[in-house]
Structure formats: C-alpha cells, structure tokens
Write a protein that binds this ligand. Structure first.
Ligand SMILES: Nc1nc2c(c(=O)[nH]1)N[C@H]1C(S)=C(S)[C@@H](COP(=O)(O)O)O[C@H]1N2
Ligand SMILES: [Mo]
Length: 335
C-alpha cells in the first residue's frame, strides 16, 4: 500500500520477473532498511542484513508448530497450487511493524497475543468481551484454501483455518440498526510504528477496516486463527484476523481486538489516507484500474521456480458467491 509521493516500491517489485533479481533486490532493501533503522536505534544484531527473512520465519514456525489446531477440511475451497509457507510468512504487509515486506517476519515476534480479548459492541443486544480461548471453544474450525489478492497486484493461495465471522457476530445479536461492521487492530506500545511514528508517520493507527453487514455475515467471510495447519504466525495477524477473499488484501485486517456494529459506514484507514485510491468496497476488479496502475493481472507468488503473472479474476474468482451482493451498484464508482 502506497500513497502519493511515497516511492512505489510495490510497482517496481511487480515488474521484476526473475526470482534471482527479486532476491538480490530484497537483500539490498534489507541492507538500506537496516541502515535507516540503525540510525533510529531500532536495529539490533538479530536484524542485520546477513540474516535472511526466511530463517526468521522458519524459527517462528518451529517455535509455534507445536500449537496445532483441530479442524476439518472444507472440500469446496481447494486450489491446485499453494503458496509456500515460507513465502506467506516472510512477505507480508503489517505496517504496525514497518513498511518493508520482511519487517513483519522480523519484528512481529514482540506482538503480545496472550491474553487476548475481543470486544464486540455497538448495535448489538449482547455487548461482549470474549477471550481468544472462549472463541476457540465455541467455534468449530475448518480449513479453506483461499486466493488472496493484494491491491499491489501480487497474489497468494493460502490454506486458512478459521470460522465464519457471521457465527461469532450471531453470539452478540446484531440489532436491526446494524448496517456495517467496523474492525480494529490492537495497538501495543512496543509496535515499531507506534514507538517510532516516523517509521509509518502517515498511517493513523489503530488500523481500521469495515464491511457492510451482509458482507460480514456472508459465509465466505472468515475469522482466521491459523494457516498451514497451525496457529497464525504473528506476522500474519495472530491471534485472529479477518479473511475476505473477494476483496483486496487490505480489507483482511489483522490482530483484531474490537468489532463494532454501526449504523453508519465506518471510515477505514486507507480511505482516510487516500480515498481516491482506496475505496470502502475494495472488491477485486480487473476492469477498474487503481489510479496509478492496472489491476488486470497479478504476480502469483508460488514456489519461486515459475514466477508467473496471471489474469486477475472479477471478485477474485468468487463472483458466483458474491456478485449478488452488488447487483445494483456501479462498481466503478463504488470501488
Ligand atoms: N492491522 C493490519 N492489518 C493488515 C495490514 C496492516 O498493515 N495492518 N495490511 C493488509 C494488507 S495490505 C494485506 S495485503 C494483508 C496481507 O496479509 P498477509 O501478510 O497475511 O499475507 O493484510 C492486511 N491486513
Ligand atoms: Mo495489500
């Protein structure tokens, strides 16, 4: 995600075709980022440019792999290719931990995910504060492989483990006044972008996202607590994050601790920053370009042997299930 006058890192990245070049650039970026962070007193020896993000991600995985989840597999959501775990956990957007793609895998280990409560309030009969453990006790988990399409024109296929958001919202009993759902990411003082606002000074935290109530209660909309068979790594939004597969990735807000049902459409983080570039709906749509780049195709992040560009699908390929939600809407205006 980039706003005007910020160097379009993502676009340069999307133009890179060879994995080797991509890796070289990553190394270079790591080095320059370390220099800057070093000056800001943020860098430590663990974060030097010699340490690959892959090894960090691997460490994280090993530390958490014992925390397996019990779940069933949903046969309706399968993909022939899955993005390797190492890629899905070392190439991330989680700006609370920095602006570079490998910042979250390097720094999100400081996120405190326990104890964790989620407040559900606003237009509900049962305002509640529910712990992560109680959520897990109440919600049967399933695995679904979903396509994830970032607005920056890259994509991944990820096996999420979670439950339908609608089932959790039902516990709180939305009133007839509840037209929208607003989500908030926890703010923790030691998050790099909170501690050193210069790191992401233009982003107002907490990160806020929103959905219409019919989108939020659509059976495709998940709250994920795990991926690849295990609990979520911090960089992917532990302990629980939204997954809305027909919308651009920025809607899938991470590390949620507050859900508020509202009468009015909430203002989201990216709308506040650049409403002419990032709309409330953010439905994946190859026919509506971003003001500064085409959305017709995407770079699929797979095993790295075949870095492939593929066509972007309307509603990210979930049109059969969700197109009816937007039957009477002008999708160019409501982007
Ligand atoms: N709190 C928070 N949630 C966030 C973001 C963020 O910066 N902060 N980035 C979003 C963007 S732009 C994308 S593409 C996805 C990336 O999810 P992943 O890192 O698990 O692939 O998370 C989304 N959720
Ligand atoms: Mo994104």
């Amino acid at each position: 995600m980039i706003i005007k006058n910020i160097k379009p890192y993502e676009i340069k990245e999307a133009q890179v075709t060879k994995e080797s070049i991509y890796k070289e650039r990553r190394k270079f970026i790591n080095t320059s980022a370390s220099l800057v962070l070093g000056m800001m007193g943020l860098a430590n020896s663990q974060e030097s440019s010699t340490l690959s993000p892959e090894s960090d991600a691997a460490k994280n995985f090993n530390a958490k792999s014992k925390d397996s989840l019990i779940y069933t597999q949903n046969p309706n959501y399968k993909e022939s290719t899955i993005t390797p775990y190492i890629k899905a956990t070392s190439f991330n957007n989680f700006y609370e931990f920095g602006m570079q793609k490998d910042d979250p895998s390097k720094r999100a280990n400081i996120l405190q995910t326990s104890p964790w409560d989620v407040v559900i309030d606003g237009e509900v009969e049962n305002k509640m504060k529910i712990s992560y453990e109680d959520i897990l006790k109440k919600m049967p988990l399933e695995e679904r492989i979903y396509r994830l399409r970032c607005v920056e024109a890259w994509s991944m296929n990820i096996p999420w483990i979670g439950f339908e958001l609608g089932a959790l919202l039902a516990l709180a009993k939305p009133t007839s006044q509840a037209k929208y759902v607003c989500f908030q990411t926890a703010v923790q003082e030691n998050m790099p972008a909170i501690k050193h606002p210069a790191l992401a000074s233009f982003i107002p935290f907490p990160y806020i996202e929103g959905l219409r109530i019919d989108e939020a209660t659509h059976p495709l909309t998940l709250l994920a607590v795990g991926m690849y068979g295990h609990i979520l790594p911090n960089q992917n939004g532990a302990p629980l994050r939204l997954v809305v597969p027909w919308k651009y990735g920025f809607k899938s807000i991470k590390s949620i601790n507050k859900i508020t049902l509202t009468k009015e459409m909430p203002q989201t983080t990216w709308q506040k920053l650049a409403s002419e570039e990032y709309g409330f709906y953010a439905n994946v749509n190859p026919n509506v370009p971003h003001p500064r780049w085409s959305q017709a195709s995407e770079r699929f992040i797979g095993d790295g042997l075949s870095l492939s560009r593929q066509k972007t699908q309307m509603f990210n390929g979930y049109g059969n299930e969700v197109a009816r939600l937007y039957a009477n809407m002008d999708l160019e205006k409501n982007f």
